[in-house]
Design a protein around this ligand. Structure first.
Ligand code: HEC
Length: 92
């Protein structure tokens, strides 16, 4: 009984914390794209990809290397990248 209660007490805040961390904001993604990427990329270039695949693409070494001296991709937080990926996947 006690153990069950303890599990509940721990799992509810944990679930809340996880859903907050994963919440994406496409408006923020759009703002980042327009400010830092649209100079060289069209949003259509990435449309139709799954957000998870775009996160991998944006953060992979090849992509970071392609931007050295052009755009500061490593400065983007995980949340920035998740927002960007969601915005780009929607393609509009
Ligand atoms: C100054 C120009 C420039 C800016 C700004 C820029 N990029 Fe790029 N990006 C490039 C070039 C050049 C390449 C390599 C050639 C290509 O694949 O188009 C590239 C490649 C990529 C790729 C890999 C594409 C693929 O299909 O392999 C991704 C993803 C990407 N950029 C995302 C971004 C994001 C996200 C931003 C903004 C945070 C950004 N880029 C800002 C020039 C830029």
């Amino acid at each position: 009984m006690m153990k069950r209660l303890l599990t509940l007490v721990i799992s509810i805040p944990l679930a809340l914390l996880c859903s907050t961390a994963l919440a994406v904001d496409t408006t923020a993604g759009e703002a980042t794209f327009k400010a830092q990427c649209s100079e060289c990329h069209y949003v259509d270039d990435f449309a139709g990809e799954a957000p998870a695949d775009l996160i991998v693409l944006i953060t992979q070494d090849d992509t970071l290397a392609a931007h050295e001296g052009k755009a500061d991709l490593p400065a983007l937080s995980a949340q920035d990248v998740a927002n960007l990926a969601e915005y780009l996947a929607a393609g509009q």
